[in-house]
Design a protein. Structure first.
Length: 621
């Protein structure tokens, strides 16, 4: 344990200058964002108060409050990111992981951030000339000063709940996970495509916050206002002169506007902070500046901290694939061991193979305990058709066709295929009434077969002229409005937002959130990027050795590398096929998208090795 902690400290010290540089850039961006928010919020006060007062009181003090509010979640996220231990697959999973609940520190940070931003908004809008002060401050107090009323408590309560809700939204949508890039790019190229994403996500989140505000006001407003009135009386030791009576019939538009605007500011600040995290803190750290760069880089592969281990694997994969000068050092390291193989290649090979073996062992262990990997091969098309033909058919699906037609249809199914279906002999539905709902037909004999049998004397429905007239009027009414209902349904289904919602639901099924086994299956591939980088490092160092390895240090291990990558690919594909062949509702969410990503990447790496060494592979057993 002490050795691994020493390794983590060594790698952390090696990349500390780069991390400090990132932190400075991030803080500068947050300061610019805070200044822009405060200037846009108080621009109208410049002519009223004067330039000097506006700069000092509104811009300077407001920017400091905004910067502190944004800095609270930023510090918490960075601290948790650096200190998060590397959790191996099949680690014990608890209820917070199943429900995807954020940590208590994250909840507290976002709640405090939203609280401070709400105070900034109240302080800014209370001095706004067009704002109705009666909704925030009473004009007469105990000594003639402004006195707070219950709306302040309602707004602050709403913003605290808003911060907690956004923290949970980040956890559910997996925005707390860092997606490391493969190729290094400058900061401006990483931030440019994220501007549209920031605006779109902030608008969507602010709309949801507006709905939450309305729900909180209409459902829990009375309780919050009553509690606030009692609290203010106790805090100020005086009777509030005008204790507001809560009425659902009155919904103040000014209060709604300013609260929604402040919620939009919160969403913009948090989304910008998240995008900065993805753009700045996920950049690959280069350890090539050191004299012996591989000592710290290879030490980072064994780090116990998740963030540093991700950085080390990402850096070694990037170095092998995109930096020929550093890659040549691996091929030219011929001194170090007795068998003639360089120390650098042995360390890279052992570290990457251990990572892939960890994936193989965890997938096999999880499959034996939950989803059996030793399933039969999928049936051929002919066998599947024969099994389907032998299954008894449900006659109910052929209603309203006569039973003789059902028998003739079943006898027409043979082992060679499905013959032409005989014409259905319908006696219950005429051609003119085929599009009319069954419950709107005037003939009671049409309803009898659906109810479970022929119409007997005991089950006959007494139909008189008034009932027939009512059914006719109802049928006319339905025929009139049905085309409009169909048009509305088609317009809704053809809207592009419907496809986006369906895609989000399919990517994040509810079973993944609340099913313990599905959550454990997703946890199995939480480190899928490390597995991909390990396989990429092994594969492409072998691919480039075809022309660059003049001493044969790496090329002699072709069989070992190819076996390691193919073994991992085989284990992941067996898991995916076993889950899909299972086909049970209880297995929903058992095949996360990370598994298919690993399989696709490993398949690409195998093809790259085969393409580079295709002429030598027949001699390899």
């Amino acid at each position: 344990m002490a050795e691994t902690d020493c390794v983590s400290a060594t790698y952390a010290a090696a990349v500390q200058p780069e991390l400090s540089k990132r932190a400075a850039i991030h803080l500068q961006c947050l300061a610019v964002l805070s200044l822009a928010i405060q200037v846009a919020s108080t621009w109208s006060n410049m002519n009223h108060d004067g330039l000097a007062v506006w700069l000092f009181r509104d811009v300077l003090l407001g920017s400091v409050m905004t910067f502190l509010a944004i800095l609270l979640p930023h510090r918490t996220i960075i601290t948790e990111l650096k200190n998060e231990p590397f959790s191996p697959p099949l680690a014990p999973i608890g209820l917070p992981d199943v429900l995807r609940l954020p940590s208590l520190q994250t909840l507290s940070a976002f709640a405090a951030s939203s609280f401070v931003l709400a105070l900034r908004g109240l302080w800014t809008t209370s001095r706004h000339a067009s704002f109705n002060r009666h909704w925030i401050l009473y004009p007469e107090g105990r000594y003639g000063d402004l006195e707070p009323n219950e709306n302040i408590a309602f707004i602050l309560t709403y913003h605290v709940l808003l911060g907690c809700g956004y923290a949970w939204h980040r956890r559910i949508s997996e925005q707390d996970k860092l997606i490391f890039p493969v190729v290094k790019r400058s900061l401006q190229f990483r931030l440019k495509p994220r501007i549209a994403s920031i605006a779109r996500q902030a608008a969507y989140s602010s709309f949801l916050s507006l709905l939450a505000y309305s729900l909180l006001y209409l459902v829990f407003g009375r309780h919050i206002y009553n509690l606030a009135g009692v609290t203010f009386k106790w805090m100020f030791w005086t009777k509030i002169s005008k204790l507001r009576t809560f009425k659902l019939s009155y919904f103040d538009s000014s209060l709604l506007f300013h609260t929604s605007l402040n919620a939009l500011i919160c969403m913009l600040a948090w989304e910008w902070n998240d995008q900065l995290l993805k753009a700045i803190w996920t950049e690959i750290v280069s350890t090539g500046k050191a004299t012996d760069s591989y000592s710290t880089l290879l030490a980072g592969l064994k780090s116990t901290k998740s963030y540093y281990r991700h950085l080390a694997h990402a850096e070694i994969a990037n170095m092998i694939r995109h930096e020929p000068s550093r890659r040549a050092d691996v091929y030219n390291d011929v001194v170090g061991t007795a068998n003639g193989k360089g120390t650098t290649w042995l360390l890279i090979q052992s570290a990457c193979r251990l990572t892939l073996e960890e994936l193989d062992a965890s997938v096999a262990k999880f499959g034996q305990g939950n989803v059996p990997l030793t399933l039969n091969q999928p049936p051929s098309a002919q066998e599947a058709f024969i099994r389907r033909a032998r299954q008894p058919a449900d006659p109910a699906i052929f209603l309203p066709v006569k039973a003789t037609a059902v028998d003739s249809l079943l006898t027409s199914i043979t082992r060679n295929g499905l013959q032409k279906r005989p014409a259905a002999i319908t006696t219950l539905v005429t051609e003119s009434e085929s599009d009319t709902p069954l419950w709107l037909r005037n003939n009671p004999s049409d309803v009898a077969p659906v109810l479970g049998g022929p119409l007997t004397a005991g089950r006959q429905v007494a139909t008189n002229s008034s009932t027939t007239a009512q059914l006719a009027d109802l049928r006319t009414y339905v025929d009139t409005i049905w085309p409009y209902v169909t048009r509305i349904q088609q317009a809704v289904l053809q809207h592009p937002q419907v496809d986006i919602i369906r895609t989000k639901i399919s990517r994040s099924p509810p079973s993944v959130r609340f099913n313990p086994m599905a959550a454990k299956a997703k946890q199995l591939y939480n480190n899928f990027q490390i597995y991909i980088w390990a396989a990429e490092a092994l594969s492409y160092i072998m691919v480039h050795s075809r022309k660059e390895d003049i001493y044969g240090i790496v090329a002699n291990d072709l069989q070992t590398v190819l076996e390691a990558v193919i073994k991992s690919l085989d284990s992941v594909e067996k898991y995916i096929s076993s889950v899909r062949l299972k086909g049970l509702a209880s297995q929903a969410g058992m095949c996360p998208w990370e598994a298919t990503s690993i399989a696709a990447a490993l398949r690409t790496f195998v093809y790259a090795i085969v393409e580079a060494y295709y002429e030598y592979l027949p001699n390899t057993e």
